[in-house]
Design a protein around this ligand. Structure first.
Ligand SMILES: Cc1cc2nc3c(=O)[nH]c(=O)nc-3n(C[C@H](O)[C@H](O)[C@H](O)COP(=O)(O)OP(=O)(O)OC[C@H]3O[C@@H](n4cnc5c(N)ncnc54)[C@H](O)[C@@H]3O)c2cc1C
Length: 536
C-alpha cells in the first residue's frame, strides 16, 4: 500500500482536497505526471472542503439547452421540449463578472474563466462528474414551461456531496494518492527559490515530502476568526461559517512567508449569504449543508431588529445579490434580520431551504400579530416600526400597481414590479417582484450572515496559475487554484462561479505542474520522506 514516505518521488503534490484540488490532481495525472499526491488537512469524515457544502452550481458559457443536454442526466425528451433557456454567451459571463465585481476583477483571470468555462465543465463530465439541469434552483415553471434565469443552469447530482464523491472516484481511477489528516505546514525551496517540497504533518510527525511541483488549493481563511477580523474587519470574527472549519488560511500565510508570494484581490471582501440565524457558529453541518441558506428574499422583504429595511431585495436576480447580502445583514444591529413572506410568496420558496423541519418559522395572523411575536420571541426591538415599514411598502406597491397595471409578476425575469411610481417612492426601493405583503397568515424567519468564502488570495499567471512573487517573478514549481487564487472576485460574484473557477484554474494548474514535473524528474528523490526535524 502506498504511503507518503514511500518511493518513487512525487511528481505533483496538491494541497487541499476540494473541487480545485481534485481538478488539479486529475489534470496532472492526465497530463502525464507519474506520481500525483493530494494531501488534505481534514480527516476523511470532512472530505471535500467547502466544495462538499455547495449546491454544486456551475456557471458556464453555453449556446442553449442543446449544448448542455449531452452532459446532464435528468432531462427526458418530453421535458426538453418545455425548457426555455437563453444562451449564455462569453460576453454575458464577462459582463456579469464586470458588473457585480464593480469592474475590479482582473481582466485576464476573468477572460480565462469565461473562455474555459464550457470546456472545463465538459471535461469534468468526461471525468465522471454527474451534471443535471438545475430545475429547483434556477428555473421557475411559468405557464407550463421551465424558464431558466440568472445565466446559470447546471448543478451536480446531489450537489456538493455528489460532486466530491465523483471527484474521489475519478481521482482513484487516475491513480491519484489521497492522504487525509495530513496538513501542509510550509514550503521548502532550493537556494535559487525553486519549490522543492512541502513540510507536512503525517501520522503526527512533520516530514518533508519532496516533489517537482506543488499546487496550492487549500481554500481561503473564512474559518479563521483571527484572520477574518484582521482582513475583513471588526466583528467578522463572530460571523457564522457556512462550510468547512478547516479553511483557516495557513497555506496563504506560508506561501507569502516562504516564497514571498504576492497577495492579490479583495482581502477585505468575501462571499457571505443570508444564513439561518439558528445554524451552528463555527462550521457548517455536513448533513444539512447549504440548506441553511435562506435565499427567498426577492419574494419578500428583509427588516432588521429596528424594523427597517436595509437592501433592495429585488435589485437583481437572486444569484447576483445573494453573495453580498450576508455582509449587509452583518452590518445591521446584532447582525441579524427577519425575512418576511405572505401567502402569495410562500408557495414559491424553495422547499429545501424553508420546509418546516429545516427552519424555525414565526407566524402571525396579521402583520401586527407577527411583529408582536417577533418582539416577544425573536429579538425584534421595534414592533411598531416593523408594522409601519410593511404598511409604507404596501402603500408604495399599490400606487405602483395602479400606475402600471400592464406589469405582470414573473420571478424568472426582472419584471419591473416595483415600489416606485410618480405618486409614491420609497427611499429604499424594491425594484422587482414587489407584490404587496397583505395576504396572511404571515411568516418570518430569522437570518444572519454566513461567511461562505474569502476573496483575497495569491497573484498568479492566468495561463498556468504559476504563483507570482511580490517582485512579479514566477515561483518555479508552485501553482494555485480555487479560493486561494486572488483577483477574480470583488465584493460580490456571479453565483456558481466559484466551482467553475476551481475547475478552470485547477485544470490549468495541474496541467502546468505536470509539465514542470516532466522537466525535472526525480530531482529530489533522495530526500523523499525525510523527517522535518532531521532536516533542520
Ligand atoms: C454553503 C456553501 C454553498 C456554496 N455553493 C456554491 C455553489 O453552488 N456553486 C459555487 O460555484 N460555489 C459555491 N460555494 C463556494 C464554493 O464552495 C467555493 O468557491 C469552492 O468550493 C472552493 O473550492 P476550493 O477547492 O478552492 O476549496 P475547498 O473546497 O474549500 O477545498 C479546500 C481544502 O483545502 C483543505 N486545506 C486547508 N488548509 C490545508 C492545509 N494546510 N493542508 C492541506 N489541506 C488544507 C481544506 O480542508 C479543504 O478541504 C459555496 C460555498 C458554501 C460554503
Amino acid at each position: 500500500m502506498a504511503s507518503l514516505t514511500s518511493s518513487p518521488n512525487v511528481d505533483v503534490l496538491v494541497i487541499g482536497g476540494g473541487n480545485a484540488g481534485f481538478s488539479a490532481a486529475v489534470a496532472a495525472a492526465e497530463a502525464g505526471a507519474h506520481r500525483v499526491v493530494l494531501i488534505e488537512k481534514a480527516p476523511v469524515e470532512w472530505a471535500g472542503g467547502n466544495s462538499y457544502f455547495t449546491a454544486g452550481a456551475f456557471r458556464t458559457v453555453h449556446t442553449g439547452t442543446q449544448d448542455l443536454l449531452p452532459i446532464v442526466n435528468n432531462v427526458d425528451s418530453e421535458t426538453s421540449k418545455i425548457i426555455d433557456m437563453a444562451p449564455y454567451t462569453k460576453e454575458d459571463f464577462r459582463k456579469d463578472i464586470h458588473r457585480v465585481c464593480l469592474g475590479r476583477s482582473d481582466p485576464a483571470l476573468a477572460q480565462a474563466l469565461v473562455d474555459d468555462s464550457n470546456d472545463a465543465v465538459k471535461w469534468l463530465a468526461k471525468k465522471g462528474i454527474r451534471f443535471q439541469l438545475s430545475f429547483n434552483r434556477q428555473a421557475y415553471k411559468v405557464n407550463g414551461r421551465f424558464k431558466f434565469w440568472g445565466g446559470m443552469s447546471l448543478m451536480t447530482e446531489n450537489g456538493g456531496k455528489g460532486l466530491i464523491a465523483d471527484h474521489q472516484a475519478s481521482a482513484q481511477r487516475h491513480g491519484v494518492e489521497v492522504y487525509y489528516s495530513t496538513p501542509a505546514k510550509r514550503l521548502t525551496t532550493s537556494p535559487s527559490g525553486v519549490v522543492t517540497g512541502v513540510v507536512v504533518e503525517y501520522k503526527g510527525v512533520d516530514i518533508i515530502v519532496n516533489t517537482n511541483a506543488v499546487v496550492l488549493a487549500a481554500g481561503g481563511f473564512e474559518a479563521n476568526p483571527r484572520m477574518r477580523s484582521q482582513y475583513l474587519g471588526p466583528n467578522w470574527d463572530i460571523a457564522r461559517v457556512c462550510g468547512t472549519p478547516y479553511n483557516t488560511g495557513e497555506a496563504l500565510e506560508f506561501a507569502i512567508r516562504d516564497v514571498n508570494a504576492k497577495q492579490a484581490g479583495n482581502w477585505s471582501g468575501c462571499h457571505s449569504t443570508c444564513w439561518d440565524a439558528n445554524a451552528p457558529a463555527d462550521s457548517g453541518d455536513r448533513a444539512i449543508s447549504n440548506e441553511f441558506t435562506k435565499s427567498g428574499y426577492p419574494l419578500g422583504l428583509m427588516l432588521n431588529t429596528n424594523g427597517v429595511r436595509f437592501v433592495d431585495e429585488g435589485v437583481d436576480m437572486r444569484n447576483y445579490t445573494y453573495a453580498k447580502f450576508g455582509r449587509a445583514i452583518h452590518e445591521q444591529p446584532e447582525g441579524v434580520a427577519f425575512q418576511v413572506y405572505d401567502q402569495r410568496a410562500i408557495p414559491w420558496l424553495r422547499d429545501e431551504e424553508y420546509r418546516d423541519e429545516r427552519v424555525l418559522k414565526i407566524w402571525g395572523a396579521t402583520i401586527e400579530d407577527l411583529a408582536q411575536k417577533l418582539a416577544r420571541n425573536a429579538g425584534l426591538n421595534a414592533p411598531e416600526q416593523f408594522v409601519e415599514t410593511v404598511k409604507e411598502y404596501n402603500g408604495a406597491v399599490y400606487a405602483s400597481q395602479k400606475e402600471n397595471p400592464q406589469r405582470k409578476w414573473d420571478p424568472a425575469v426582472k419584471d419591473g414590479l416595483s415600489t416606485q411610481s410618480s405618486t409614491k417612492k420609497l427611499a429604499l426601493a424594491k425594484s422587482n417582484w414587489a407584490l404587496p405583503l397583505d395576504q396572511g397568515p404571515f411568516m418570518a424567519v430569522k437570518v444572519c450572515c454566513g461567511i461562505t468564502f474569502t476573496f483575497g488570495g495569491l497573484a498568479v499567471n492566468p495561463d498556468t496559475t504559476a504563483v507570482m512573487t511580490s517582485s512579479d517573478r514566477e515561483v518555479v514549481g508552485l501553482f494555485c487554484a480555487g479560493e486561494m487564487l486572488g483577483g477574480l472576485f470583488y465584493g460580490n460574484y456571479p453565483g456558481g462561479s466559484g466551482l467553475t473557477s476551481g475547475a478552470v484554474f485547477g485544470r490549468r494548474a495541474g496541467t502546468a505542474a505536470a509539465k514542470v514535473a516532466a522537466n525535472k524528474p526525480g530531482e529530489n528523490l533522495s530526500l523523499a520522506g525525510t523527517t522535518y526535524s532531521a532536516r533542520l
